[in-house]
Design a protein around this ligand. Structure first.
Ligand SMILES: Nc1ncnc2c1ncn2[C@@H]1O[C@H](COP(=O)(O)OP(=O)(O)OP(=O)(O)O)[C@@H](O)[C@H]1O
Ligand SMILES: [Zn+2]
Length: 287
């Protein structure tokens, strides 16, 4: 059996063909342009392989209600060429195979849950802190969605008293994404995050706001693990800072035995998105 998987991001589409053992058989990276051009290139790649199903972890917002007429359609995105684009239907039409779609972070969460840092637990949150901030939740092998998919990157956090940075979220200004995404850090510091020294005070505020978000996820969802990935978390000194702030804010209200394993880096390098997308596809083939 061969499975197709796409991690559909705003800058690139990572396309992969995997076998039933998750072994990558072929792979290509496509620059994201308008939907027609990008999908035509992706379809050319997948047509070279007899795939049985395709799974897609996509940027959103996206309609994930399988009873809706616009199931699998990209919704109100600032990437205007993609707004209202029926991603799932188009891929199905082009490739003639069943297509499963979910958000990029739900797919990444599923990948880590099944094969990475969440293998030994029954529920996990995966949060990415990159160009944007988003999080997915998997419980008992199922990605969580309801009225729509969660938008855990856009939650409100309390501002530190001496912090007047206005934030960069187009919709909310100083929501979590507006305060700690890569572009937010760059705007705050005036230089790219990768060039900021580890003892710069900016990291204390980043750790504080992420820790607030993790406390909220813990109180609402009670996951058994929280996995934090994304470009900003390449600053590995953030992990202990976040754990310390998390503990201070939670103030022992819930007992977490082993904080180091509760708040943890991913284990699948940058492959959790495609591996999770392949998982979505396998689930609809029933094998
Ligand atoms: N070493 C680093 N230190 C701090 N920030 C970094 C580092 N490397 C990358 N970043 C920041 O991370 C962001 C890119 O994140 P990522 O690599 O997760 O890409 P992405 O897939 O575009 O993001 P998203 O998941 O939101 O789509 C950029 O804003 C970049 O400045
Ligand atoms: Zn926001």
């Amino acid at each position: 059996m061969l499975i197709g998987a796409i991690e559909a991001g705003g800058t690139k589409f990572v396309c992969s063909v995997l076998d039933e053992f998750n072994e990558t058989k072929d792979r290509c990276v496509i620059r994201t342009r308008g939907p027609e051009e990008t999908l035509a290139e992706a379809a050319d790649f997948f047509r070279k392989h007899p795939i049985d199903a395709l799974g897609v972890g996509a940027f959103g917002p996206i309609d994930l209600n399988d009873r809706s007429e616009t199931y699998g359609t990209i919704k109100n995105t600032p990437k205007t060429a993609w707004k209202d684009f029926p991603l799932r239907d188009e891929l199905k039409r082009m490739l003639g195979v069943p297509v499963a779609v979910d958000t990029d972070v739900n797919a990444a969460c599923l990948g880590e849950f099944r094969f990475g840092a969440g293998r030994d637990v029954d529920s996990a949150v995966y949060i990415t802190v990159g160009t944007g901030v988003g999080a997915g939740f998997v419980k008992e092998d199922q990605v969580f969605k309801g009225l729509t998919h969660p938008e855990m990157g856009h939650i409100k956090v309390s501002r530190m008293v001496d912090d007047s940075f206005e934030g960069v979220c187009l919709y909310h200004g100083d929501c979590l994404e507006g305060l700690v995404s890569g572009p937010a850090i760059e705007k705050r510091a005036g230089i790219s995050g990768a060039d900021i020294s580890v003892d710069d005070p900016v990291w204390a505020s980043v750790a504080h706001y992420i820790a607030q978000a993790l406390v909220n996820y813990t109180l609402v969802l009670c996951p058994e693990r929280i996995i934090i990935g994304g470009g900003v978390m390449k600053q590995s000194h953030l992990y202990p800072m976040i754990r310390k702030e998390f503990q201070r804010i939670l103030n022992d209200y819930i007992t977490i035995e082993d904080l180091e394993s509760y708040i943890t880096p991913p284990k699948l390098d940058d492959d959790q998105g495609v591996i999770g997308a392949a998982g979505l596809a396998k689930d609809i083939t029933g094998s």
